[in-house]
Design a protein around this ligand. Structure first.
Ligand SMILES: *Cc1c(COP(=O)(O)O)cnc(C)c1O
Length: 396
């Protein structure tokens, strides 16, 4: 067997602190490493594998489309792109779509759209208010949008036009709003920031403020979209209608695709304003269309809600048992468990040994973002392993 860790350190830029396991195969909610060891996967490729690994609904669509037409560019009409656009829009409060290749790129496009809106309707306003502890991606502009100093510091000076304010604090948004503001961009629930669920009325207050000021509300649903929170779109959980929504992660079930959705009132791009070579090509759109149909047909948002609630209840029982667990929070199948010390890495390791993949979203918190097809039996299995792993780690 090859030493893949050695090959990585020799040939790959050292940007990731990888977990020392090489995964080679997946099926449903399980994956296998190169030694044949099996894991229950509560990480789901970083909230991407929405319908599970190697789901025939997805793999058949990819194979069929690969044999038919992969890429011709956006200079031509292609059918999978338009079918996907129609299905996304008709299941949302939005009217128009643009396809990108990633979450960062979708957000970047959404900010460009907001700047065009500002130029045309708000006397040149261009600033976008975003939240601390947010995550909007790794491009230079999205690093500025992301309200976390650790991502910004190495690349200063930051692009201008982003104002980072406290999350879950309407007054902070009001105080930061000026005649230069064209939009507010937030995640309905912050994912990478540690699974931060805002107060029930926060997004409604933000919506009201944006209406009052005539500025756009952009919801970054790259992580919360496609059923994860218990509704197809996360905004549906909070009773608001955004002007712009971005999607990526779960949208393609594993193929790289992002999307900007906007209301007609905010769809101000004209030919030449924005573009993409690969964005929305037949291959990724056929895959994504199969994923979206599967999510709708099997009502995976409802499963995320039910199984997520079951999981949270189980995690709260663990909290009662282990005093090192200080908080359990989340919505649907976006859940975090917090510890009273930086022991998440140890618990993760103890879980790996016992055949469970989880994510240490913070040094003191684990995050669970499994495929949305997961059932209660697998959750029971995960809870039993977590129970043992927490006990083993808190004794260290
Ligand atoms: C992951 C994530 C992004 C970035 O997506 P990439 O595909 O990695 O560029 C943006 N916003 C949110 C909310 C995310 O979770």
């Amino acid at each position: 067997m090859k030493n893949w860790q050695e090959i990585e350190s020799k040939y790959y830029m050292h940007t990731f602190s990888r977990i020392p396991v090489c995964l080679v195969r997946g099926k449903g909610v399980r994956v296998w490493d190169d030694t044949g060891k099996e894991y229950l996967d509560l990480f789901g490729g970083l909230a991407v594998d929405s319908i599970g690994h190697s789901n025939p609904a997805l793999t058949d669509a990819i194979c069929e489309q690969a044999k038919t037409l992969i890429q011709v560019s956006n200079l031509y009409y292609t059918i999978p792109q338009l079918e996907l656009a129609e299905l996304l829009v008709t299941n949302s409060c939005l009217n128009k779509v643009f396809f990108a290749n990633s979450g960062a790129e979708a957000n970047e496009g959404a900010v460009k759209l907001a700047r065009r809106y500002g130029a045309l309707k708000l006397k040149g306003a261009y600033e976008v208010i975003t939240a601390f502890e947010s995550f909007h991606g790794r491009t230079l502009a999205m690093t500025a949008a992301t309200g976390q100093k650790k991502f910004q510091k190495p690349y200063e000076p930051m692009p201008v036009g982003f104002i980072n304010v406290a999350f879950n604090d309407i007054e902070a948004i009001k105080a930061a709003t000026t005649e230069k503001t064209c939009a507010v961009m937030v995640e309905p629930v912050q994912g990478e920031g540690g699974v931060n669920v805002p107060a029930e009325n926060y997004l409604k207050q933000v919506r009201q403020w944006c209406d009052q000021k005539g500025i756009l509300l952009i919801l970054d649903e790259v992580q919360t979209g496609m059923g994860r929170l218990g509704s197809l779109y996360g905004y549906q959980e909070f009773g608001v209608e955004p002007d712009v929504v971005t999607l990526a992660k779960g949208l393609g079930g594993g193929v790289p695709i992002g999307a900007i959705l906007a209301k007609d009132s905010a769809s101000v791009f004209v030919p030449g304003d924005h573009g993409s070579t690969f964005g929305g090509n037949p291959l990724v759109c056929a895959a994504s269309l199969a994923v979206l149909k599967y999510i709708l047909k099997n009502n995976l948002p409802a499963n995320a809600r039910e199984v997520g609630t079951y999981f949270m209840t189980g995690l709260r029982s663990l909290q009662k048992k282990h005093s090192c667990i200080t908080d359990v929070r989340g919505r649907g199948l976006l859940i975090a468990m917090q510890f009273n010390s930086d022991m998440a890495g140890d618990v993760l390791k103890a879980c790996m040994e016992r055949g469970l993949l989880v994510n240490a979203v913070k040094p003191n918190a684990l995050r669970f973002i499994p495929p949305l097809i997961i059932g209660k039996r697998e959750i029971d299995e995960a809870l039993a392993i977590l129970d043992e792993a927490v006990a083993a780690s808190s004794k260290m």
